[in-house]
Structure formats: C-alpha cells, structure tokens
Design a protein around this ligand. Structure first.
Ligand SMILES: [Zn+2]
Length: 265
C-alpha cells in the first residue's frame, strides 16, 4: 500500500486502492490554462468525482508542466475562473458567460455545474426551443443547406447577397379555390391512400414542415433567422406567396413560400 499526503483528500474508491504508485500533489496547485495562470487548492479541483479535473488530479495520470512548473491544461483559460468559482463555492457565472461556461463545463464534465446552468437563462430558453426543434429532425441539415446554397449562389454571381426560396408550412392543407380550409385543425383529414395523391415537393431550395406543435410558422422562421445570426449570417425573410402547384382535381398545394435574403458582406 502506497501512502501519500493526499490520501485523506481523495474519494474513497480512489484511496490508494492498488499498489500502483500515484503522483503526489501539493495542497496548493498552480495551473496554466492555455497561458492564463490560476492558483487553487487541490481539494477544489477534486470537488466532484467523475469530473475531468478530479480525474486529472487523482494521481493516476501524468499532467504536463510548463517551464515554471505549473500544471498545464491545453484549453482557452478565458472561462476557467468561472469553473473554479463554481468548484470553490457553487458560484454561477454572470449571464453573458453562461453559454461559454456551459461549453467548458461539458469539456471538464462537471455534471453539477451543467445541471445548474441548464436552469439558467438563456440555456433554459434554449432547452424549451430545442424541444420544439426536436420535432424537425432535418432542421440542422436544412440550415446547412441554406448556408451552402446562399454561399455558392453569391459566389457564382459575384454578389453581395443571395436569395433563396424556402417553403415553411406547419400543416398539409391543400385547398381548392372553392373550399374553405380547416384552419383550426392540426391535420387535413385524409386516408393514407388519398394522402399519397397529395404528395409533392415544392419548387424551392429548402422545405420545412409539417409538424405538430403549438409553435407556428413564424416561430420556425424566428429559429432559422436567429440560428443564422448566431453564426454571424444576416438573413431577412418575407412571404412571397404560396405554391400554386396543381395536385389533383381542384386541389392546389398552397404552402407558403418565403424568400430569404442572405447578405454576406
Ligand atoms: Zn408546393
């Protein structure tokens, strides 16, 4: 049995269980996180089991040191202060750090911090929004297609912006000119075999829909525009009419079509 100075500090399942020699650490640790220096107690880094920091400083792993002997973590140190403050006394970051600290907490696998952050805005809102977007499994791919098409189109034309036609419809509701659509129903009632007669791809670049949720077309448009903005892409959209494709008998597609203008520079 190897006895080291930090055995009393370790989670019980790690306490020098095997005969393998473990690295010893001082009580106060100097860290170099991507070039930013921090000093903290060893017990702070080991606050929660199953985190990457607890594992790193468990004594089971080699940790590289910088020229001054500080333990080196190859990670941007910008939000490590927030990580340490949470480990020290459960302090949560200020709101404009929440998203970035969440990314760091994922990297360091700090479950209790992740749990706390997910109950904090804007992450809670993002969770609620994601519950809706999960109904549209193609959403992310479609977003990529919008960016890709807009890029190619602008480059080919040597233009500052590109325009795309995007169909966004919540429900399948083909109508005849004589028929009043059932605006309050979630789905246009038809048998499966009848529904086949109405299957159709609108002549647009990308298509979203249908979905069953309270969130409507404007909510999805908001998601698309704000997700593009998050990537630094400016997008304006306006409805330019409906798809006039004739489907069968007197029925027409009538899905709303939006023109997106993506401005690149
Ligand atoms: Zn159509």
């Amino acid at each position: 049995m190897v006895t080291t100075a930090f055995c009393s500090d370790m989670p019980s399942h790690l306490v020098c269980a095997s005969g393998a020699p473990r690295l010893e650490f001082p009580e106060v640790i100097s860290l170099n996180v991507g070039g930013t220096y921090f000093t903290t107690r060893l017990s702070t880094l080991r606050r929660y089991e199953d985190t990457m920091l607890a594992a790193m400083f468990s004594g089971r792993h080699h940790i590289p040191r910088d020229a001054e002997g500080r333990f080196f973590i190859d990670r941007d140190g910008a939000y490590f202060r927030d990580i340490l403050n949470f480990l020290r006394e459960g302090e949560l970051p200020q709101r404009d750090h929440v998203m970035a600290v969440h990314r760091e907490a994922l990297y360091y696998a700090i479950g209790p911090l992740l749990d706390s952050l997910e109950d904090t805005q804007p992450l809670t809102g993002e969770k609620v929004r994601q519950a809706f977007l999960d109904l549209l499994p193609y959403y992310k791919d479609n977003l990529e297609r919008i960016v890709e098409i807009a890029k190619l189109r602008a480059m080919q034309r040597k233009a500052r912006f590109a325009k795309l036609k995007i169909c966004v419809y919540k429900e399948e509701m083909p109508i005849t000119p004589y028929e009043r659509p059932l605006f309050n129903s979630l789905r246009f009632e038809r048998t499966a075999s009848e529904a086949k007669l109405f299957e159709h791809h609108c002549e647009v670049d990308v298509s979203f829909g249908p979905w069953e949720a309270v969130a409507d077309v404007y909510d999805l448009l908001h998601c698309i525009v704000s997700d593009l903005a998050e990537r630094g892409i400016t997008a304006d959209q306006q409805c330019i009419g409906v798809c006039d494709k004739h489907l069968i008998n007197h029925y027409y597609c009538k899905r709303p079509i939006y023109e997106f203008k993506i401005t690149w520079w």
